[in-house]
Design a protein around this ligand. Structure first.
Ligand code: PMP
Length: 286
């Protein structure tokens, strides 16, 4: 059975929709997307921090000079989830420059909006991840703003390919001055002597999971050097898709048990499923 998708105001079978080979975004990465999750809660499916995700998408659209109607996107996300009957799901909205030419002057191009939702069976008992320091530098914010612009992700993909080839699960970006930036699709945290610290860096995507963990734990947010990260007691990653992922090793530095990270992961798992009264406001009912 094919999934239903939303595109330019219409919901239909995924096969119904198509995009021309001359779509501008296909050639230049001129689009903006989001990665959002819906979870099964006791009162039905709910989307975690939907307004925050769509606000970040709006900023990306603004950077490219694209029109983006947040209210329409909200409705598109919710109606696609309903059409597919999803409960635990991954939600992928994409706004991209479609037709109007292949020049680099995008002012006159028309944009298109789509939403796909995919079933997601929650992966309980996830394994700990092994990181390797990338030989690639993160896109500097002065060259590419840290937003979910499609083209930005070539940087992540190159780093991920390198990490995979080296036999690691994920790549860690470190800058020229020795500061930790982020991973290819996650932000970085450390725990040292009981203190939880969110790695802050101007080139890193302002993660919504990162923000949630800071609010839930009272973690401090500050720049962290790679040397300091190596000396941490625990390291974990945050992301919509990865949730709270414990780090087993960074290259030859192997971390021991990570009880605080496990605790935070368990708390986050409860929050996203609506089991914590005080954070119910982060959920939008489907
Ligand atoms: N950094 C990058 C580069 C990402 O792609 C993501 C995933 N969106 C994150 C961090 C984590 O952000 P969030 O918690 O909002 O998913």
């Amino acid at each position: 059975m094919s999934l239903m998708q939303w595109c330019d105001g219409e919901i239909a079978n995924a096969e119904t929709f198509s995009a021309p080979l001359t779509s501008h975004a296909l050639h230049y990465g001129t689009g903006v997307f989001e990665g959002i999750r819906a979870y099964a809660t006791e009162s039905g499916a709910a989307v975690f921090r939907l307004p925050e995700h769509l606000e970040r998408m709006r900023k990306g659209a603004e950077a490219l000079g694209m029109e983006f109607d947040v209210a329409q996107a909200t409705e598109a996300v919710l109606s696609t989830l309903r059409a597919n009957g999803h409960r635990d799901a991954y939600i992928r909205p994409l706004l991209w420059f479609g037709g109007g030419g292949l020049g680099l002057d995008v002012e006159k191009l028309s944009s298109r909006l789509m939403v796909a939702t995919l079933p997601w069976t929650s992966h309980l008992g996830t394994h700990r991840v092994r990181l390797t320091v990338s030989s690639f530098r993160r896109n500097p914010a002065k060259s590419l703003p840290p937003l979910k612009l499609c083209g930005n992700y070539v940087n992540s993909i190159l780093a991920k390919r390198e990490a995979t080839a080296r036999g690691f699960g994920e790549a860690l970006f470190v800058d020229d001055a020795g500061f930790v930036v982020e991973c290819t699709g996650e932000n970085v945290f450390m725990v040292k002597d009981g203190q939880v610290t969110a790695v802050a860096h101007g080139d890193a995507l302002p993660g919504i999971t990162r923000d949630a963990v800071i609010q839930l734990t009272g973690a401090e947010s500050r720049p962290v050097t790679f040397d300091e990260l190596r000396q941490a007691d625990e390291v974990f990653l945050t992301g919509t898709s990865a949730e709270i992922a414990q780090v087993e090793a960074i290259d030859d530095r192997v971390f021991g048990a990570s009880p605080r990270s496990a605790e935070i992961a368990a708390l986050y798992a409860e929050v996203v499923r609506g089991k914590r009264e005080t954070q119910r406001g982060w959920l939008t009912s489907v």
